[in-house]
Design a protein around this ligand. Structure first.
Ligand SMILES: [Zn+2]
Length: 418
């Protein structure tokens, strides 16, 4: 849902404007990130919220004084598990102090605990929590994000989750998308095989609420044959395939996912070296989740090797109440720069254009170019500070379709009528 705007806006005198090397790109392979410009400039936005020109305009209705600021495209979080209910802070403390996961799980923790919380929480409370978190994300520069089901763990629960995600779209200024993570954990009373039968049965209805299917491929969840089946189901329903793969174990999911032309493969901390080349040469994006790796003390994905091999590398929060209760893309950028050895341009490309590509929105979002929706983030300093001042929020103001949807109090003076 984009708010209506009725004024033209000119962003004046920015110290840096992040621009792609050419217009009309669906994605940019990360090897080319160095071609992104971060030069001084301005931007003019039309009264219907589109980018009109890559220069300021004197007679615009509203002027944004961007002196000293970096102007970026709105950040895109292409992997979140919103909406969910409640938190699992106690479980996090148990985990980091050495309680084995099996014991946490036996006591009702893990995904089952989030499934129970979702089941017991009324719709309006689930939406209220998700809306509040979307507000936090706006203040952190996120103007588009993905929602996933996956805590339903029953046919009714998954469908309810997707409908709640659709309901959330009406409550928040951001662009949202819906992914049916219909194979997240094997619900009790099912085997992985019989649950996939249930997925197949719910799909005609689920497909009305989602544009993408997702599956958690792991020794404790679903196997390669289930990934193969999900790929076939996605194609049959004209949905895109994404998958959580190679997070803890090297499963060799990549060749199967590539066969099904997956839009992205997410996690990849344990990817087999032989699978890096084929993934990097494909149009399947490598979505890396350094927040989940950090919070779970997991292996670090071979980001540099993927980039050097030509991959479309993307970063996201994996925001969820269990393994990554992180909603800050600036923090994710900082973690990626430090832990993966990414440059600022590589990391920013991974949370803008390439993330929009994963959500199939790069025709309208993800870069500053004429004709695109004017989703913009004004930082209070140069872009290099995002990673450097780790953990600090550098966002002075966030704009959706040209309209300010978050303005930090100390930046209010920057936005003024002519
Ligand atoms: Zn996830």
């Amino acid at each position: 849902m984009a708010p209506a705007t009725r004024v033209t806006t000119s962003f004046d005198n920015a110290a840096q404007v992040l621009l792609p090397p050419e217009t009309g790109l669906r994605y940019l392979r990360t090897t080319r990130a160095g071609e992104l410009a971060l030069d001084p400039g301005g931007v003019t936005v039309t009264d219907d919220g589109r980018i009109e020109a890559l220069e300021p305009t004197a007679d615009a209705d509203v002027h944004v004084d961007a002196t000293g600021c970096a102007l970026l495209p709105g950040l895109v979080d292409c992997h979140t598990h919103l909406p969910f209910a409640g938190w699992r802070a106690q479980e996090h403390e148990q985990k980091v102090t050495g309680v084995p996961y099996e014991e946490i799980s036996r006591k009702g923790g893990g995904i089952a605990s989030s499934a129970r919380a979702l089941r017991e929480t009324p719709d309006d409370e689930v939406l209220a929590q998700a809306t509040q978190l979307a507000g936090e994300m706006l203040a952190l520069g996120t103007t588009a994000f993905e929602c996933k089901s996956g805590y339903g763990l029953s046919r009714e629960g998954e469908l309810r989750s997707l409908k709640l995600a659709r309901g959330l779209d009406a409550h928040v200024p951001q662009t949202t998308t819906r992914t049916g993570l219909l194979a997240h954990a094997v619900p009790s009373g099912y085997t992985a095989d019989t649950w996939m039968d249930e997925v197949e049965a719910m799909l005609p209805e689920a497909a009305e609420h989602a544009d993408t299917l997702d599956i958690f491929v792991e020794s404790i969840a679903f196997g390669l044959e289930h990934l193969d089946r999900m790929g076939t189901l996605a194609a049959a329903h004209k949905l895109r395939l994404r998958a959580h793969v190679e997070q803890f174990s090297t499963m060799r999911s990549v060749p199967i996912a590539l066969k099904h032309d997956a839009r992205s493969l997410d996690h990849l901390s344990a990817i087999h070296p032989d699978d890096i080349g084929p993934l990097a040469q494909s149009e399947t994006a490598a979505v890396l989740l350094p927040g989940a790796e950090f919070m779970g003390a997991e292996a670090t994905a071979p980001a540099r090797t993927l980039i050097d091999a030509g991959a479309i590398v993307v970063l996201a929060t994996d925001a969820n109440p269990g393994t990554s209760p992180i909603f800050s893309l600036p923090l994710i950028v900082g973690l990626a720069v430090r832990r993966y050895g990414l440059s600022t341009r590589e990391a920013l490309l991974a949370v803008t254009l390439n993330a929009a590509y994963v959500l199939e929105r790069s025709d309208q979002l993800g870069s500053i170019e004429p004709g695109k929706q004017a989703d913009l983030v004004l930082l209070d300093g140069p872009a290099e500070q995002v990673a450097y001042r780790l953990g600090r929020n550098p966002v002075a103001a966030t704009f959706v379709a040209g309209q300010p949807v978050y303005v930090r109090p100390d930046a209010e003076w920057r936005i003024a009528p002519r």
